[in-house]
Design a protein around this ligand. Structure first.
Ligand code: COA
Length: 190
């Protein structure tokens, strides 16, 4: 099954599809679809400008079904709640994730998808990944557990789109060189 899963950087080909996923009632419950995020994805795809996030579309046998967003957390620029969880030996990336295509929801594919992404992520210096589902999002929590993430902390968001929400803080490590020999390679350059 794993070999059927591939990832591609988001481009104009999947832009409309992504927007449909993004605005679906199921996803909206747990997704930041604020004006800023809409603008971010528009800039990324339509203007080729990256601010904070990279966007990857997951394909199953060529059919788009998932979105993974990554944001590197550096010593100078990290999300405040992640501070003590930054890797001391390599790069740390935060992840946002959805199964957007309704045909693929509830098929027990989410953990495998995320695990595949993390294991194949092509930045060989990446050795830690962080993800933070809401306490109310039991399915996401189970998915991340299944993908090898460990529940290490929790926090309540002070401001922004998720203000007042309690989130799990989950981390997963990876051997730094693992990605080099993996195929297919997830491109980090656009
Ligand atoms: C979170 C998400 C990626 C999971 O994908 P999915 O296709 O719904 O879930 P899966 O079929 O892969 O199942 C994942 C786990 O949740 C469990 N699960 C699925 N539906 C469930 C339900 N209705 N209630 C409780 N558990 C459920 C499954 O049993 C599975 O756990 P298991 O492997 O221990 O059996 C997907 O629901 C999604 O995109 N949600 C909207 C966006 C979102 O919430 N993103 C996460 C933000 S942090």
């Amino acid at each position: 099954m794993e070999e059927k899963i591939t990832f591609k950087k988001l481009d104009k080909e999947y832009y409309k599809t992504l927007k449909e996923w993004w605005h679906s009632e199921r996803v909206k419950q747990f997704w930041d679809n604020s004006e800023e995020m809409e603008q971010d994805v528009d800039n990324y795809v339509l203007k080729g400008q990256k601010s904070y996030y990279d966007y990857y579309i997951g394909l199953y046998d060529g059919v788009p079904y998932a979105l993974v967003m990554t944001s590197e957390q550096t010593a100078d620029d990290y999300y405040e709640y992640y501070k003590e969880y930054l890797s001391k030996t390599g790069k740390t990336f935060a992840i946002d994730f959805m199964i957007g295509n309704e045909d693929f929801v509830g098929k027990h594919l989410s953990s495998l998808t995320l695990r595949t992404f993390v294991e194949q992520y092509s930045d060989e210096e990446a050795d830690r990944f962080i993800i933070d589902p809401e306490y109310d999002n039991e399915i996401a929590f189970k998915c991340y557990k299944g993908a090898g993430f460990e529940d290490v902390d929790s926090y309540v968001v002070k401001d922004g789109f998720f203000k007042g929400k309690k989130l799990h803080l989950m981390i997963r490590g990876r051997e730094k060189q693992q990605a080099i020999d993996e195929k297919p390679f997830i491109p980090t350059e656009r």
